[in-house]
Design a protein around this ligand. Sequence first.
Ligand SMILES: [Mg+2]
Length: 255
Amino acid sequence: MMTVSELRGIQADLPLKTVAYDGTGEGLDPSPGDEKVFFFDIDNCLYDIETGISDMMTERIAAYGERIGIPKDKVADLTLGYYKSYGLAVRGFIMHHDIDPNHYDLHVDQSLPLETILKPDLNIRKMLLRLNMKKWAFTNANRPHAEKVLRLLGIHDLFDGLTYCDYSQPGFSCKPELNAYYRAMGDANVKRPELCYFVDDSPKNLNAARQLGWNTIHVVGSKGTVPESFVNDSHLVIRTIDELPSIIPSLFEKV
Ligand SMILES: [Mg+2]
C-alpha cells in the first residue's frame, strides 16, 4: 500500500523529461487553494479492454477507410499510421481524405453496440463516490460516445466535467499532444500539475502527462501484466480501474 507522498517519491525518482509550459502563460503558477483533480480516460480504462469494444472500433475504422476508397490491403497500415501520427485515425481521414466528421461518427463511434456490452458497474460507482476530489473525464472520443459510455456504466452523474474531442473543429487537439492536457487543466480549472491525477490505458498518453508533472496510473487490462513494484515507465500500474484504491488508498475515503 502506498501513500500519495510515497507515490510522488517513487515518481520523482523515475526518469522524467520535463518541458516548459508553453500555453497561455498563466496556467501553471502555483496558487494556494487549488483543488486536486482526478482525470479519467474512458475507453479501455473505465471498462476493461477484454470487452472487445476496442477490436470492434478497429474493425469499423478499417471498414470506414475502405468505404472512402482506401484499398483493402492498405487500410490497416494506413489507419494505424494515422493513429500513431495524429493520436486518432479520424484526424488522418479528415486531413488526407477530406471526410465529413459527422458521417464518420455515425458509421464508426455511433455504430458500436455499446448497449449490449456495457452494464452499470456498481463497483466503480462505489469507488468514485469514495474518491474525495474533483473527477474529470478526459477522452479522445467525441462527446456523444463519451457520454454514452459513462451513462451505460451508471457513473455519468459522478463526474464534474468532460474534456473530449470535437471532430468537427478543424485542428482539434487530442492526447498525447500537450495542448490537450492544457485544455483539460483549463476545463477542470486546475493550475498546478502536481494536483492532477490521471489514469489511462495508453502509455503515450501517460508519458505526456508525466512530462507535465501529473501523477499517472496505467491501466493494463485484466489480462495485462503488473510488475512486482507496481511501477512501470514512471507510472503506477493496475489491471483494472477498481484497483485504484488499493494502490493509492490515501485518496479514498474509508468504507
Ligand atoms: Mg483509452
